[in-house]
Design a binder for this molecule. Structure first.
Ligand SMILES: C[S@@+](CC[C@H](N)C(=O)[O-])C[C@H]1O[C@@H](n2cnc3c(N)ncnc32)[C@H](O)[C@@H]1O
Length: 275
């Protein structure tokens, strides 16, 4: 007889995963799966692995909290296919938070780890034409989001949509963004790849550019799911110092309007290139 853990209520699964022995076993299984994938994808990063796993999940017709064309209804119970109208109202609380960091319509703005343009669509509506750039590890999520956005908005605002490659990072560095946001991305970056995440961000920042990263806060680093981590601020700043020593912290703030993720609070850091 096999026990299908996927069918168990998510709160029970979470509680079980927090038991130290189960946490250790689950982490070991997750590590082995990543290493097995890496054996066939020797240049692949965890970001690439995250994308591959999530694309496979979406191809099975399953919903995702932020990516693809299928999500959870407002009551968080039923799974629904997004209509363009529903999609247009997604994540407005996070979008308001991004505006509160000081974005204005004339700024050149990068949405780093833009996924299916859940936030990018709001940025395109708000910014002047040619000022929005969405970057992600793969274009699959971006293309799925594009299908849910009014083609007129895309034609009018001419967004720059790019995969994260050395060439595209150089292109964006030359474009000289004023403002970068990265939401719901850091939690999918494992500790050993955090310096590289900051190195890449730092490579596209110059002048007065500021970057604003929304993260899930914790008093100690913890892998909370196979593809999710939570971090304390000192570890995030340590990784930033090692990957992009030219960056400095402007502010770390609580984000009470964004609620919690499985009981953990969201915070945001704002960073800039040191003078
Ligand atoms: C949970 S989704 C969030 C998407 C979007 N920011 C949003 O809030 O709707 C995480 C996104 O981060 C991307 N990602 C994962 N690892 C990354 C990395 N190391 N650097 C940049 N993006 C990454 C994934 O491909 C995915 O699109």
């Amino acid at each position: 007889m096999s026990i299908k853990i996927k069918k168990w209520p998510s709160r029970l699964k979470r509680k079980l995963r927090e038991l130290p022995l189960i946490e250790a076993i689950a982490n070991r299984i997750s590590d082995r799966r990543f290493r097995a994938w890496q054996a066939n994808n020797p240049d692949g990063t965890f970001g690439d692995y995250y994308a591959a796993k999530t694309i496979a999940h979406l191809e099975e017709g399953r919903s995702h909290y932020t990516l693809g064309q299928r999500g959870k209804a407002k009551d968080h119970k039923a799974e629904i296919d997004w209509t363009p109208d529903d999609f247009a109202t997604r994540a407005l609380d996070i979008w308001d938070a991004i505006l509160s960091f000081g974005l204005t319509p004339r700024m050149k703005c990068v949405d780093y780890g833009c996924g299916s343009l859940r936030l990018g669509q709001h940025a395109m509506r708000y910014l002047e034409a040619g000022k929005y750039c969405g970057m992600d590890v793969v274009d699959t999520f971006i293309n799925q989001g594009l299908e849910l956005i009014d083609p007129k908005l895309i034609a009018d605002k001419a967004p720059l949509l790019l995969t994260i490659t050395p060439e595209h990072l150089s292109q964006v560095a030359e474009w000289k963004p004023d403002f970068i946001f990265s939401s719901a991305v850091l939690q999918h970056v494992p500790p050993e790849e955090l310096p590289e995440y900051f190195r890449r961000l730092g490579s596209i920042m110059s002048g007065n550019c500021t970057a604003h990263i929304i993260y899930i806060a914790a008093s100690r680093m913890k892998r909370v799911k196979a593809l999710n981590w939570v971090y304390p601020l000192n570890q995030i700043l340590g990784a930033m110092a090692s990957g992009a020593p030219g960056l400095e912290l402007i502010e770390d703030r609580a984000m009470p309007t964004l609620g919690t993720v499985e009981g953990r609070k969201r915070r945001a850091i704002s960073i800039r290139a040191a003078a």
